[in-house]
Ligand binder design. Structure first.
Ligand code: 0GY
Length: 302
């Protein structure tokens, strides 16, 4: 099938720089996607956007170029609940990838077992209104209860302003819960303001809640540096991510978010994104927990 990319959306960056920051041995890119290729793995009819292709081989090449050892591939909404592209990537990753899928209530126990055997360790619930149609919470809670015995977790994606409304549901989830991109704080607001305080309270009061301290390029208002050789991009995001890393060092993950869906202003250089890490995890110990120990525990049971 032929697909036409949503107009105005940027393609992923083909010539990423080599990061100056040397990733520790065993580092995991714990948030990335594969898109199609559409001709082989068609995008879902209910999708809100059509991306450009981003294949498993391109993802694995990026992994090696940046110095990561493993990936966690997360189902993107453009593939709906058809996880074929992701599962194909897991099958060809030689044990170096785990997956987080999207499933419907109709998924059978046998299918869940098969997904587990292929390397899936979680399901994703998406509440970002521009990306998905509403799914009733009782359906999601039923899915969460069914995946809990497998030792899987739930990944949630939402905007900071929606946390109060989602609070009761989120705090009732029976599994480990991993929040994408710090719950998308508005970094132009004060770090000690009510919105981010509520997110910190969510993590503090619920030891089952983890956060990906990822996607500075989506959250930043100041943006990337000018092309002047500086490698200090996205500085306005630093205090937010650093606060989470230092307060909850054993419950944080990091990922590139390659191939960066839905970006219109600028496409990040993934090498530069890796160089963001030492700004938010400032000691070797924090870096090791963020990049190695925490993902190894959550996804490889190590
Ligand atoms: C991300 C962020 C986005 C998209 C998706 O599944 C998706 O389509 O997650 C976004 O547009 O903010 O984590 O990839």
């Amino acid at each position: 099938m032929e697909f036409t990319k949503t107009p105005g959306w940027l393609d992923w960056y083909t010539g990423p720089s080599k990061p100056a920051f040397a990733l520790p041995p065993g580092a995991v890119d714990a948030h990335c996607h594969v898109f199609g290729p559409g001709a082989q793995f068609p995008f879902a009819p209910e999708r809100k956007y059509t991306p450009c292709d981003a294949s498993k081989d391109q993802l694995f090449a990026l992994r090696d170029h940046l110095g990561f050892e493993r990936n966690v591939i997360v189902q993107a909404t453009c593939h709906g609940a058809d996880n074929s592209a992701l599962l194909d990537a897991l099958r060809h990753a030689e044990g170096k990838a785990r997956g987080v899928v999207t499933v419907k209530r109709s998924v059978t126990d046998q299918q869940l077992q098969d997904l587990n055997a292929t390397g899936v360790r979680g399901v994703r619930f998406n509440f970002v209104k521009r990306l998905v149609d509403f799914t009733p919470k009782d359906e999601l809670m039923e899915i969460a209860a069914r995946i809990a015995p497998l030792g899987w977790h739930v990944v949630i994606y939402f905007e900071a302003v929606d946390l109060p409304e989602l609070w009761d549901f989120f705090t009732a989830l029976p599994t480990t819960v991993v929040v994408d991109h710090m719950g998308r704080p508005d970094v132009s607001k004060p770090i000690d303001g009510p919105e981010f305080k509520l997110f910190l309270k969510y993590m503090r009061e619920h030891p089952n809640v983890w956060s990906k301290v990822s996607c500075p390029e989506r959250l930043s208002v100041t943006g990337p540096p000018a092309l002047d050789g500086q490698r200090n991009a996205y500085q306005d995001v630093v205090p937010f991510a650093r606060r989470i890393v230092e307060t909850f060092p054993d419950r944080v993950l990091w990922g590139t978010d390659w191939p960066h869906p839905n970006l219109k202003n600028h496409m990040p250089d993934d090498g530069l994104l890796v160089d963001f890490i030492p700004h938010i995890a400032v000691t070797p110990e924090l870096q090791r927990k963020l990049l190695v120990d925490n993902p190894a525990r959550l996804y490889w049971g190590a």
